[in-house]
Write a new protein. Structure first.
Length: 610
């Protein structure tokens, strides 16, 4: 199949190396070297499927020297420690640089130069889709023409380089203390715990504070510019999957504009379409969840009144003359605090709802279940601080919303985000329409920014929309039925878990993939090994419990309890979601899936039970 550069949504891997050389004295004055390029990427047409394309182009040694000169001019500091390709002037002057033996030596030298060049993260040479990345290597390997003319194929094993990461920030300290047995560690992560190691039951007294501090992740330092640019590129490519009119001008300043400039541009776009901003969430992440919760609480402010009662904040009263602005500021801050509590619960439920219906999402987004699970778990554990294309559709489906999205791209794109067919909503009361303004990611606001808008009725010639008319005609009882709080939402999610498990799932209808199982098994073992702090005894205990369950000697509930004690509830559900792709026995997968979701069901019941 053939693809164009505009179809590419993400470049995952770039490999450039010299494969050989050629020289014909009757036709050529200088030898040429065969430069091979292999790119692994994703495209709009194929969703999350990893594709690969490779092509070759001949380059002379003088062109390699030109590449080095351009890089030294653009990056003098970074290239100072990188030696250029050796010219071998004596051999060139004596015409001895054309022999086969010397050409093989020069191929090895050029490969070494390219390897050192591509291993430097600050140069960003392989970021072919990043508008701020240099175009030197992209032009040198002929990326634009090579991708169009090459034959694109799908990778045989989509998860060959899968990396899993257990997140234990939300763990219970008591659970961690129970599993911090012998703390003897080894340095090598290649240690094999299968070769006759006996699990020792002797526990030595350790300083518990030191253990907890050791297992906590280190406070992340300020992100480098390279990491920020990588995140910006990934977020822009995620928005590109919605078929937005993304910027293709490398010199365009839209990615480096301040938030004030982009916000003013968004306001002008809304006014031109007859809308006005009604709510802007606090700057940060998950702004779409703030907008949704703020809109729903306009129908029923049960959560707000309950929060004020628990915190002792005075009830809202009409503003009196002479009332200080400080009280209004305090009320606004209190509203943000209350919404932040609800947003945290909404984020957890949204991720769990997507994990429950991951195979339906897999068919809709044409993305593998493993990639979706990784994305949703990152969203759940706060490693992903952004509501992207998948999360926004999932939010509209879970709460039965119709979202009219206006984006500040170069064409002012407008989209309707509707619920997915075949999935049940966990909110009753009918569909609710909302209008969002969306500011695309910039270097100052990497995650993008959502704001809530509504139709202006004072503009002549613009009729109020039907949804606004219907909202005005609703009785107070009908309005309160639309939204009954986050606790009621979680109660209905408990019912959804019961219905999904009782009706069966299509998770086991697909054929078992042994290549995926092998890759995920290695990734799971690496993640557990790192999480055990390279402690062979803890790692061996995990392997022993997993083998016992795989042989049917222990129940799924007992295995789930062990994982919860060892890795916390979040870590246990994370491991189980990927172990479902590793277990070949269908009956064991069903038992483990049932135990995983019933454990979450019991946790929700403790929180929302009256």
């Amino acid at each position: 199949m053939r693809l164009a550069v505009r179809d590419v949504t993400a470049i995952l891997q770039v490999r450039v190396h010299v494969d050989g050389s050629q020289f014909d004295s009757s036709l050529m004055t200088q030898p040429e070297f065969l430069l091979s390029t292999r790119v692994v990427f994703r495209s709009v047409r194929h969703g999350g499927t990893q594709l690969q394309a490779s092509w070759r182009v001949f380059r002379s040694f003088h062109e390699f020297q030109g590449l080095d000169a351009q890089l030294r001019h653009a990056f003098p500091q970074d290239m100072r420690l990188l030696a250029p390709p050796p010219p071998h002037r004596r051999r060139t002057w004596l015409r001895r640089h054309r022999s086969a033996k010397f050409l093989a030596k020069r191929c090895a030298e050029l490969n070494d130069y390219l390897a050192r060049l591509l291993s430097s993260p600050h140069l960003r040479l392989t970021r072919f889709l990043d508008p701020r990345a240099p175009l030197v290597l992209r032009c040198f390997c002929n990326f634009d023409v090579g991708l169009i003319t090459s034959e694109v194929t799908a990778l045989p094993n989509q998860f060959e380089s899968c990396v899993l990461c257990l997140d234990y920030r939300d763990r219970d300290d008591d659970a961690k203390g129970r599993m911090n047995g012998t703390m003897g560690t080894v340095d090598s992560s290649e240690y094999s715990a299968l070769e006759g190691i006996e699990f020792e039951q002797e526990f030595e007294d350790r300083d518990s504070e030191h253990l907890i501090r050791q297992r906590r992740p280190r406070i992340q330092e300020r992100r480098s510019d390279d990491a920020k640019l990588d995140e910006l590129q990934a977020n822009l490519m995620d928005d590109k999957s919605r078929n937005m009119a993304m910027c293709t001008k490398y010199e365009c300043a839209c990615r480096v504009s301040s938030f004030r400039v982009t916000h003013n541009k968004m306001m002008r776009m809304l006014r031109l379409r007859g809308f006005k901003q009604t709510y802007a969430p606090p700057e940060g992440a998950l702004t779409a969840l703030y907008c949704v919760l703020h809109k729903l609480q306009q129908f029923n402010d049960l959560d707000k009144r309950l929060y004020d009662a628990l915190t002792g904040f005075p009830a809202k009263t009409p503003k009196e003359n002479g009332k200080s602005d400080r009280e209004a500021t305090d009320a606004l801050a209190n509203d943000h605090l209350q919404l932040s509590v609800g947003v945290e619960l909404l984020r957890q439920t949204l991720a769990n709802y997507g994990l429950l219906h991951v195979h339906t999402l897999e068919r809709h987004f044409r993305t593998s279940a493993v990639d979706l699970k990784k994305r949703l778990h990152e969203f759940k554990s706060r490693r992903q601080l952004r509501v992207g294309a998948v999360e926004l559709v999932l939010l509209a489906t879970m709460l039965d919303l119709s979202i009219y999205l206006i984006t500040n791209d170069h064409e002012g794109s407008e989209q309707n985000i509707l619920p997915l067919a075949g999935l049940r909503s966990i909110r009753k009361g009918g569909r609710v329409s909302m209008t969002f303004g969306y500011i695309l990611p910039t270097l100052e606001c990497v995650n993008g920014f959502y704001l809530l808008a509504e139709r202006e009725r004072i503009i002549p010639g613009i009729m109020p929309d039907l949804e606004s008319e219907e909202e005005m005609k609703m009785t107070e009882r009908q309005r309160r039925r639309i939204w009954q709080g986050v606790d009621e939402m979680d109660r209905r999610f408990m019912v959804e878990i019961e219905r999904t498990l009782s009706n069966g799932t299509d998770a086991f209808a697909l054929a078992f993939d042994f290549d995926v199982a092998d890759s995920l098994n290695s990734a799971i073992l690496d993640a557990v090994w790192d999480d055990c702090q390279h402690n062979p005894n803890l790692f061996y205990l995990f392997q022993r419990q997993a083998r016992q369950f795989g042989k049917g000697r222990t129940t799924a509930r007992f295995f789930m309890q062990y994982l919860e004690v060892a890795f916390g509830l979040e870590g246990a559900t994370y491991l189980v979601d990927f172990l479902l792709h590793v277990l070949p026995e269908e009956e064991l997968r069903k038992q483990l899936l049932h135990a995983r979701w019933m454990r979450l069901h019991r946790q929700l019941a403790k929180r929302v039970s009256p």
